[in-house]
Design a protein around this ligand. Sequence first.
Ligand SMILES: C[C@](O)(CO)[C@H](O)COP(=O)(O)OP(=O)(O)OC[C@H]1O[C@@H](n2ccc(N)nc2=O)[C@H](O)[C@@H]1O
Ligand SMILES: Nc1ncnc2c1ncn2[C@@H]1O[C@H](COP(=O)(O)OP(=O)(O)OP(=O)(O)O)[C@@H](O)[C@H]1O
Length: 295
Amino acid sequence: MDDSVTTMQLPSPAKLNLFLHIIGRREDGYHELQTLFQFIDLCDTLDFSLTHNNQVTISPLIEQLPTEDNLIYKAAKLLTPFKQDARFGIDIILTKQLPMGGGIGGGSSNAATTLLALNVLWKCHLSLEKLAELGVQLGADIPVFVMGFAAFAEGVGEKLQKVELDTPYFLLIKPNCHVSTGQIFTDKYLTRDTPPLRISHALKLGGHNDCLEVVKKHNPEVNEAYLWLKNHGDAKLTGTGACLFLAFDNWHDAERVRLATPQKWQSWVCRGCNVSPTHAVLNQWIEQNWSECRQ
Ligand SMILES: C[C@](O)(CO)[C@H](O)COP(=O)(O)OP(=O)(O)OC[C@H]1O[C@@H](n2ccc(N)nc2=O)[C@H](O)[C@@H]1O
Ligand SMILES: Nc1ncnc2c1ncn2[C@@H]1O[C@H](COP(=O)(O)OP(=O)(O)OP(=O)(O)O)[C@@H](O)[C@H]1O
C-alpha cells in the first residue's frame, strides 16, 4: 500500500438543534425527541495514520478524560471486530476547536468521524447504516454525524429523514459553563409532553427547545447570554446547551453582533451546512484512492 492511502485528515463538524421537542420518555429513561439537525462549518480536525501494531493511540490527551473514555477510542474499539487485518492499528491526532459540554455534539462528531475513517483505512466495508447502528450504542447524536445529511430526527435522535434547509450564517455563543446532558434529562421540571408534529408542519412552523428553561435554571450564565442575544433576534439553545445561536442572512450582520458580544463569552460566526464537511472531504479522498479502497 502506498503512503497516500495510509493517512487521512478529516474535519469533524459541530451540529445545531434548530429545535428540540421532547415528546415522551421511554422505560429505559431515554427521551423520545423530535429535532431538526443541521451541521455547521465549525470543526475539529482528526488526522489518522494507519499502523500495523494493533494499537489505538490518541494525542494530545484531553484534560481529565482518560483515553479509554474518549469517544474516539470507543469508536475505534467498536470497529475492531470488522478489521480486514487483525494487525491494523491507528494513530490519531485530534486538533480540538469545539467546546465540550456545549450542546454542539463535538464528542459525538469525533466518534462518527473515527467510524467513517477507520471503516475505509481498516477496510471494514460496512454500510453507513451499519456504522450508524454501531454508533448509537455510544451516543444518540452519533447517527446523524455518520449519515452526514441535515435531518429531521425522531426516536432518541437516531431515526433520520433527510431535509434540505436554508443555510444561514449563525452567531454561536458559548457561556462559561459546562452543561451535563444527563443532568438536564433527569430534571423533574423538564417538560416531556410537546405534541408530536408531522415533518411538513415542523419544517414550515419551526419549533422551540424544551430544555431551555431547565438549562437556564441550572446555569444563570446561560440565562444572561440568552437575554443578551435575544436583543438581537430569535435566540435559541442547541441541544442541552450551553451554546446559544442566532441566524442571520449574511456574514456581515452576524459578525457585527459577534464583535459586540461580551468578551467573557467565546463566540463564532459559522455557516449552516446540509452535508457534513466530513463527508465532503471523505468522498474526495475515496475518489482519489478508489482502487486501493476496493481491495
Ligand atoms: C441533547 C442532544 O444533543 C440533542 O441532539 C442529544 O439528545 C444528546 O445526545 P448524546 O449527548 O449523544 O446523548 P447520550 O450520550 O446518548 O446520552 C447522554 C444522556 O442524555 C440522556 N438522553 C440522551 C438522548 C435522549 N434522546 N434522551 C436522553 O434521556 C440519557 O439519559 C443519557 O444519560
Ligand atoms: N473526543 C471527545 N471530544 C469531546 N468530548 C468527549 C470526547 N470523548 C468523550 N467526551 C466526553 O463527552 C462530554 C460531552 O462532550 P461533547 O463535546 O460531545 O459535548 P456536547 O456538545 O454537550 O454533546 P451533546 O450535545 O452530544 O450532549 C465531554 O464532557 C467529555 O467528557
